[in-house]
Design a protein around this ligand. Structure first.
Ligand SMILES: NC(=O)c1ccc[n+]([C@@H]2O[C@H](COP(=O)([O-])OP(=O)(O)OC[C@H]3O[C@@H](n4cnc5c(N)ncnc54)[C@H](OP(=O)(O)O)[C@@H]3O)[C@@H](O)[C@H]2O)c1
Length: 325
């Protein structure tokens, strides 16, 4: 089968399209023919190991110290079930599915074996592979930060800093679904998009800083990491929660400090340990009611994976970058 392979950590050019062995399934697995995957903000970091050192060391231990143990990156996929194992009852050949490989990676390929109970759901009839594939990473991360860890409540004042990326666009839609009053921060070119996703107020960070106003929030979700924790903490109401997707060593220590001594909480960490297959059923309900969609920026054929990585690495993608296979 065709797959994007990398043999060593490094720049986008370490990726190349090659022919590799098609996976064989176990009795409790399904084989998915993948038609669309994505380049999330995570994969360039995994490819080049550009993590803070406290994360880089355990990452190397888990996923290959000198070179990657798993040669195929990619976590989000949408495709069709081509084979089912003898014990599988939930899926049948021909089902259109989307999902997330988790840390087994391997979505940059024509085929992927997934456990029947993996993070996998039926694609709504109204959606194409390209339209659905970007749902998982952004919406699952946002669900964990906003709901499972941040305990967002109806009527709360929420600020989403970095509302135009994969996580931010999902976060605006989910926060509105949970009944929050949403202020979203993005650049001029994304103001109309973010407003169309339901934000009650949009602040263009190139024209004004939300730090200059006297407004305070119950929840601040920062998906960018460009503002200091102390500045963000000052914008929180009493018992407010600060949610950070992107963090370094100092943020980890400050989160610990505030959790022990402060009335305000800082939530950081890898959200994927809290993702569940049933979350995708919840997203399908929101897709059906028109409350959730995955924003598509550019679509690249798999042969242009190096360009797709270069683009995502600029940090300027709007929503999701899709790769067709
Ligand atoms: N901890 C976790 O579990 C977890 C889960 C998922 C993602 N993440 C991390 O969370 C971060 C966000 O992920 P993502 O997929 O949403 O990223 P992304 O899609 O790459 O975000 C890019 C967007 O951010 C906007 N942006 C850039 N600089 C900004 C600034 N200073 N202020 C406001 N907006 C800015 C860009 O638009 P403009 O340049 O036009 O402003 C662009 O639309 C990444 O670092 C990712 O690795 C962590």
């Amino acid at each position: 089968m065709k797959a994007v392979v990398y043999e060593k950590y490094g720049p986008p050019e370490v990726l190349s399209v090659q022919n590799v062995q098609k996976p064989e399934i176990q009795e409790s697995e399904v084989l998915i023919r993948i038609f669309a995957t994505t380049v999330t903000a995570e994969e360039p970091k995994q490819r080049s190991l550009s993590f803070p050192w406290l994360i880089r060391i355990p990452y190397r231990i888990m996923f290959g110290f000198f070179r990657p143990k798993n040669r195929i990156l990619g976590m989000e996929f949408a495709g069709k079930i081509e084979e089912v194992g003898a014990e599988v009852t939930r899926w049948k050949v021909g089902d259109r599915v989307y999902g997330y490989t988790g840390l087994s990676f391997g979505a940059y390929a024509e085929y992927k074996a997934m456990p029947e109970s993996g993070i996998l759901a039926q694609i709504p009839a109204s959606k194409s592979y390209e339209e659905i594939v970007g749902i998982t990473n952004g919406a699952l991360s946002s669900l964990v930060f906003l709901k499972k860890k941040g305990h967002i409540k109806s009527g709360e004042k929420v600020l989403i800093y970095g509302s135009s990326g994969s996580v931010g666009t999902a976060a605006v839609q989910l926060a509105k679904h949970f009944g929050a009053s949403v202020t979203a921060v993005c650049s001029t070119r994304n103001v109309e998009l973010v407003r169309s996703l339901g934000a009650d107020r949009v602040i263009d960070y190139t024209a004004e800083s939300f730090l200059d106003s006297t407004d305070k929030y119950d929840l601040i979700f920062d998906t960018i990491g460009a503002i200091s924790i102390s500045q963000l903490m000052r914008k929180l109401n009493k018992n407010g929660r600060l949610l950070l997707t992107d963090f370094g060593v100092s943020e980890m220590f400050r989160a610990l400090w505030h959790s022990i001594f402060g009335s305000k909480r800082v939530v950081i960490g890898a959200s994927n340990f809290h993702w569940e297959a049933r979350d995708l059923d919840f997203f399908n309900d929101l897709i059906a009611s028109g409350e959730l969609s995955a924003i598509v920026d550019r679509i690249y054929p798999i042969e242009e994976i190096v360009d797709a990585h270069r683009f995502v690495e600029t940090g300027r993608k709007v929503g999701n970058v899709i790769v067709t296979i």
